[in-house]
Ligand binder design. Structure first.
Ligand code: ADP
Ligand code: MG
Length: 140
């Protein structure tokens, strides 16, 4: 079976509540393998660049402020259909609409503070992984 990769971020609302391990368990139980991981603080410039696609949205400034409000855990996940598999275990952006037993249904505080990020396409996964990791940091 073809393995692929996706970028995941455990967001500040989740690191603040000490949920890194609980979220990692859900990722692993979904069949994903964490092949790279680091806990960092995003700079404002990094957060703006990472979410540049949303620059024109009304929530952009708040989103950037939220993403730099505490540590995040950036990770590369590997598995079959990694992007889609991760989006499934994450649940919908709005936790009120997320399926039961998804990460966001269980842990998200709001549509903004929704605990995790996941790449939305294989193409974006490649560029988002490259945003945070060198090839040598990813150990499959
Ligand atoms: P997803 O993270 O599910 O891919 P988007 O790419 O649409 O969702 O949005 C990026 C992030 O911006 C979301 O995860 C969330 O933190 C924030 N966000 C999205 N929509 C809203 C909104 N209507 N109000 C506040 N924040 C939002
Ligand atoms: Mg998105």
């Amino acid at each position: 079976m073809a393995q692929s990769r996706t970028l995941s971020i455990i967001k500040p609302d989740a690191t603040r509540r000490n949920l890194t391990g609980a979220i990692n368990s859900m990722l692993e139980e979904s069949g994903l393998r964490i092949v790279a991981q680091k806990r960092i603080r995003l700079t404002r410039e990094q957060a703006e660049a990472f979410y540049a696609v949303h620059r024109a949205r009304p929530f952009f400034k708040d989103l950037v402020n939220f993403m730099i409000s505490g540590p995040v855990v950036v990770q590369v996940l590997e598995g079959e259909n990694a992007v889609e598999r991760n989006r499934t275990v994450m649940g919908a952006t709005d936790p009120a609409k997320a399926e039961r037993n998804t990460i966001r249904a269980r842990f998200a505080e709001s549509i903004e503070a929704n605990s995790v990020h996941g790449s939305d396409s294989p193409e974006n996964a490649v560029s988002e992984i490259g945003f945070f990791f060198t090839p040598a940091e990813i150990v499959g």
